[in-house]
Design a protein around this ligand. Structure first.
Ligand code: SF4
Ligand code: F3S
Length: 104
């Protein structure tokens, strides 16, 4: 599957949600995650993310994100429609250490 990584944090553009054919995105306060068992690996969300937050789980270092996506997709509500990005999205796009500083 594909996974959402830390660059989504504080941005949450939600362009990914708009294109996903199986509606497998789940929404926390600060970021989205993908349910790994629902994702059909189509890859269409990856280029849509302005923050380049989405990667295939075959990439180096993807393992921790896969675990996080799995854990929180079971807890957070499903999001099926694009909505406004977070107000601070442009400011935090590409920022460093977002997971350590802001994940909750
Ligand atoms: Fe949805 Fe396809 Fe992205 Fe998986 S890879 S989350 S199925 S758009
Ligand atoms: Fe996040 Fe990118 Fe989607 S910032 S909400 S993964 S479009």
């Amino acid at each position: 599957p594909y996974v959402v990584t830390e660059q989504c944090i504080k941005c949450k553009y939600t362009d990914c949600v708009e294109v996903c054919p199986v509606d497998c995105f789940y929404e926390g306060d600060n970021m989205l995650v993908i349910h790994p068992d629902e994702c059909i690996d189509c890859g269409v969300c990856e280029p849509e993310c302005p923050a380049e937050a989405i990667i295939p789980d075959t990439e180096t270092d993807a393992e921790k994100w896969l675990e996080l996506n799995r854990e929180y997709s079971l807890q957070w509500p499903n999001l099926t429609r694009k909505k406004d990005a977070l107000p601070e999205a442009e400011e935090f796009k590409g920022a460093a250490d977002k997971f350590e500083k802001f994940f909750k």
